[in-house]
Structure formats: structure tokens, C-alpha cells
Design a protein around this ligand. Sequence first.
Ligand code: F0G
Length: 429
Amino acid sequence: MAYDWDRLRPPTSLGFFEQKWSRRQDPLAFSGLWRFHELLPFAPASQVVTIGEGQTLLHAANGVGKYVGMQPGRLFLQYEGMNPSGSFKDNGMSAAFTHARMTGATRAACASTGNTSASLALYSCVTRLMKAVIFVGSGKISYGKLSQALDFGALTVQIAGDFDDAMARVQEVSRQLGIYLVNSVNPFRLEGQKTIMFRVLEGLRWEVPDWVVVPGGNLGNSSAFGKAFAELLEIGLIDRVPRLAVINAAGANTLYELVERRGLRWNGGASDLTKVAGYYDQLDRQHRRASTIASAIEINRPVNLQKCLRALETCDGVVREVTDQEILDAKAQVGAGGLGCEPASAASVAGAKALRAEGVIGSDERVVCILTGHQLKDPTATVAYHTTDQDKFNEVLGSRGVKRAAFANRAVAVSNDLTEIIKAIQLYS
Ligand code: F0G
């Protein structure tokens, strides 16, 4: 999606958006998305769909910063778990619903690892504008997310397959039945997700950070972030862009494999797609499916691959992969800092730590890690990490190559006896 900025005449300074803070009774000024309407001007105000998304926080996290290897005051967490459905997806969903309303759509569909479906189900249920149809891989989404879709009343289709299968099927079904598709192949989703970066800048008093680190699954966020910075630069609202780091889980590392090992680049829009096709053929021949505890990013065929390559080009980006062990340790550190996240989100922190260890990120650079989803989205992974029950640990985490829980906070088991309870508290506190 491209705008003719000469005709649109966007604001001449980012400080322009501050005047909206005093008009918070107006839903368009309240929304963390639509208060930046001038930077995603594809819809008239009368068509905008908002449920108050984007009231999120940029949090200076020194404890996590220390773990990553940063000097005090240099690591920030952008906490998108504060959105109404508990993940960043509401940014994109508000924008997609706005466009869907403009087209007169009455049904909307998505394939999902759980958060897109929770968000779609929520927007459908609150606005009553559309019926939600969601496709999920059977057994592939966490209970927190599945429970949202069911509670909000979405038609939930569990496919015997994984996200990559569900994504392929939903595109066919939507085409055949004329259902509006809200996966991030939908460019309006990405327009909404640009605002995560606007809020990061806002949180930094409109200063550009040195790094933005984001988990990579379907690559919608990374694509949207690159577009946000390219446009701000074009309009003249910023004078430099941050570097972008996209972090794959090692068990779902298509972007890492293609960019860092096989040299795939944006190349002015002429990326070497034979490299992509060759890699996907190889995955098929080896019967390799995506596999990671970070189920949100358990994706081998990211739909926004090419847009992400462009973002990497715009922001002098790098890609890294992190193991499930690294993800869960980072997640425990994030949780101990108070703003918990789900496993996929912690990939950003684990990735920042790896880049810091390599010396790619300097200890005094200003780094923003995106926490994409709330801690309560996936309690199974969290409880398994902290458990004292070895069988539980092995079943949920050991099977994924996780060997230890270095930052576990284990519950203390005591008999139902006052003396024993007091003894335990004195012993452990
Ligand atoms: N983090 C979380 C919590 C997610 O739910 C997702 C994607 C990502 C990161 C990856 O983001 O696609 O922009 O690279 N979840 C999708 C879903 C696939 O269906 O909810 P991306």
C-alpha cells in the first residue's frame, strides 16, 4: 500500500500527535492506533472501527537489560500484551475491520496460531459487524488463545494439520466463498501494525532507537515496522531509521535460513525466488514441519517473506534463530521483571542477548524488544518451566530439547499443618 504524501499533507512534526492526548473522550484520539490516523490515511474517520486498542506501554526494563548484557537504561520492552485481546494483533485487526467495513463484508476469516483468531473473534463479537470463521491447526494453539475464540463465539475450524496447512486452506476457502481474509497477507493489517513503532517513538520522546528486535513468524510485524520507518523518513518526520533484528525460533527458521545462510535479499524487489522454492521443496522432501514451544511463531512458510526482505533492506536488518531453551529462559527473565509474555515474544529478548554476545548490538545502544503477546496466553509453557514435577517438565519441554529451567521459581509443597507451613516460609523466604 502506498500513499501520495504530497497530496495528503501529513503533519510536519511527530509532536503534532501529542495534542490528541487531551481529547481522549474521542474514540479516534483515544485509540493508540487511530491517534496516528494521518499516517495510515486509507479510511475516512466515519468508517473507522476501534475498540480502544493500542493502550500499550514502553517499559524501561533494567533487570531484563542486565540479562541481555545492556548498560542500565538502554533496554526497553514494548508491551503489546496490554491490547484488548492480549496481543499486538489488535493493531492490525482494527485496521483490517475498518477496511472490511468499507467493502461491506459480512464474514471474516483467518488461519491462526491463536492470537489472530482471538483478535478476530473479539472484534467480531464486540462490533457485531462480521461473523468470524477461524482455522486452527489441531492441537497447535495454546489453551489461553483457544479459549478466547470459543468464548467470543467464533466458528472455530480445527484442521488436522499445522498453521502452514491452515493458512493454505483458508486462502482457498476465502476465495471460493468470498470471505474477507484478515491474515497479514491483508495489507491493511500491516498499516495498523505500523503504529506499534509510532508508539515506540512516542515512548522515547520521538527519538529513534538504535535497534528494534521482534520475533518473526508470518513476518507481518517486521514488514510493517520497515514500512513505518521508510514512510516516516520519506515524509521527513525522522532523519534516520533504527536497525531491525528479526528473531526466528530455531525449529521454525525459514527467514534465518534463507537470509543468513543462503543470502536471500530484497534486491530492489527482484529477490531470487528460486532460493525460496528450493528451500520449501527441501522441507517437503525431508518431511520437516515447524516445531517450537513458541507456538505463535511455529511457521515454516511466512506469507510476508518478501515484504520482510524489504524491511531488512530499509533498516539494515539482521536475522537470528534462538532455541526453545533460550526462549524459555528469556521468558522467565521477562516474567521476573513483572510484565510477563508468552514464549514467542521472549524470542525478541533471547535474540537481543545473542546479538549482544556477538557484539552486533553494543551495550550502550538503545534497544527496543517487542513483547507481542501476554503471559496468560500460554500458561502451560510457564507452569511446565517452573514445575517440580519432572514428568510434566519432560512432557511439555523436555520433548522440545529444553534441558533445564535455570530461572525456575518452584512452588514449595508442604503438608496441611501450621507448624510445617511456618517452617517452610522461614526456610525459603
Ligand atoms: N508473537 C506472537 C505472540 C504472535 O501471535 C505472532 C503471530 C508472532 C509473534 C509473529 O508475528 O507473524 O508478524 O511475524 N501469530 C499469528 C497468529 C501467526 O495466527 O496469531 P509475525
